[in-house]
Design a binder for this molecule. Structure first.
Ligand code: EPZ
Length: 416
């Protein structure tokens, strides 16, 4: 993408459905032979990758106008091969429903990813504790539970979003009651638990760190609306602030970004909650430094760390960003330094000395959130920035070119 920097962004961005809720919600089709209808599903590469895997497993679907209707009458295979899983790590979410419904599963180990090791040991641990036999052979997680899964007490040693979602799908059809402690409470996890209850599951404690699930024999179909994507909304909020503009984030739910908006106000932005969204503008044009530490919800989200780092590159002082969730989520930093940013990495912390401006340059995207951070940098830099390997961006940001252009950005996709 070739971006001409220096344009203030003003306008309205309609926030799409949340990718990290759409993905688990789609996998829920494996838990029932009845139809599932999801509304406000974002049209993203990750959604299409997952649809290909679900179809391979036996799901039939129709997807139009952001409504996805799925039905998995029969599961035709319990194997999720590497070719599907390597494209999208969230495929690991198929593990528990396949075991819960068919008694066995062979899901490829997702392998590494740019931002870190991304182990799935906690996903496997849950199934072993619930009575499954698991072995790792030829890169596959081979799981067997011929007598089904049995509920028990499980405390997570660390908070894991998809690990919590996999555990919920293991527990809803298990024999007896399961108690999950230290679970993720991200809005996407809370909403996912509500979907499972809509399908006939018996989950209590939703929204707290301890969930109790009483196993049932079968789940039925449901119709469900995907909430707006808080990470997409936060990304455009930073775009407004960094370009000294004003963007109305239509459909954004303020309460899902409570802490993030508080931080943004500390940097000098004006954040106004309205009936059908949130208005974000840069107050007096000065960006104040404010230190952040990423942590599980409701703390500062790791998925907004790279974007926030760009904002701090232009701050009126020195700020620090500490990444506590992933061990390698600073790859955008060396690219930003090529654009004139002054950043010093010290372990988990990046110390940022604000500069008056960034300079456009050719840069390379490495992962989804790093890609969008480099686009934000291009929007505020002097001159032209070319972001290479942009395929990452279409995994998580629906129509980003049009949404940014509608606010005054000058950019185009080029072939090379
Ligand atoms: C989910 O990933 C999101 N993806 C990620 O969003 C997000 O960054 C992450 O949660 C944290 O909020 C989806 O929901 C599809 P974790 P997930 O399990 O579930 C370690 C994006 O940009 N861990 O909460 O994979 C792990 O390595 C993506 O949209 C284990 O060690 O993240 C990490 O350090 C990126 N063993 C930490 O826990 C396990 O079995 C939190 O990971 C599981 C996780």
């Amino acid at each position: 993408m070739k971006i001409e920097g220096g344009h203030t962004l003003n306008g309205t961005v309609t926030i799409s459905g949340a990718k990290n809720l759409a993905l688990p919600a789609m996998v829920a089709t494996l838990l029932t032979d009845q139809p599932i209808i999801l509304h406000n599903v974002p049209d993203l590469a990750d959604v299409h990758s997952l649809l290909a895997l679900l179809e391979h497993l036996g799901c039939s679907y129709s997807f139009e106008n952001r409504t996805l209707t799925m039905c998995t009458k029969n599961i035709v295979t319990t194997e999720a091969p590497y070719d599907f899983v390597r494209k999208m790590r969230a495929s690991i979410l198929c593990l528990s429903p396949l075991v819960a419904r068919c008694g066995s599963a062979e899901v490829s180990l997702p392998g590494g990813c740019a931002i870190g090791l991304r182990g799935v040991d906690l996903h496997i641990r849950t199934l072993v504790l619930m009575g499954a036999e698991v072995s790792i052979e030829d890169g596959l997680i081979k799981t067997n539970a011929p007598n089904g899964l049995t509920g028990c007490e499980i405390e997570f040693p660390k908070v894991t979003v998809t690990g919590t979602e996999n555990a919920l799908m293991a527990a809803v059809l298990a024999k007896g009651t399961t108690c999950l402690m230290n679970v993720a409470i991200e809005p996407e996890v809370t909403e996912f638990a509500k979907l499972l209850n809509l399908m006939g599951a018996k989950i209590t404690g939703i929204g707290t760190s301890t969930l109790e699930i009483e196993g049932v024999d079968k789940l039925h179909g449901a119709e469900f609306e995907i909430i707006p994507d808080r990470i997409e909304a936060g990304t455009y909020a930073i775009a407004a602030s960094a370009t000294h503009g004003s963007i109305f984030l239509k459909n954004c739910l303020y309460e899902h970004l409570q802490y993030f908006f508080t931080v943004l106000q500390q940097t000098g932005a004006n954040v106004t909650k309205q009936a059908d969204g949130v208005l974000v503008s840069n107050g007096n044009g000065i960006i104040q430094p404010y230190c952040i530490y990423t942590a599980p919800y409701p703390a500062f989200p790791t998925d907004l760390q790279a974007q926030y780092t760009v904002l701090m590159c232009l701050c009126n002082g020195t700020a620090s960003v500490t990444e506590n969730i992933f061990e390698n989520r600073f790859m955008h930093i060396q690219e930003l330094m090529r654009m004139g940013a002054r950043i010093y990495i010290d372990g988990k912390t990046a110390r940022i000395v604000g500069v008056p401006s960034l300079k456009g340059a050719p840069v390379m995207a490495t992962d989804l959130r790093a890609s969008v951070a480099l686009i934000l940098a291009g929007l505020v830099a002097e001159g032209t920035t070319t972001v290479h390997r942009l395929y990452h961006i279409d995994r998580g940001y629906e129509n980003i070119d049009d949404k940014l252009r509608a606010c005054g950005a000058v950019l185009e996709r080029t072939k090379q």
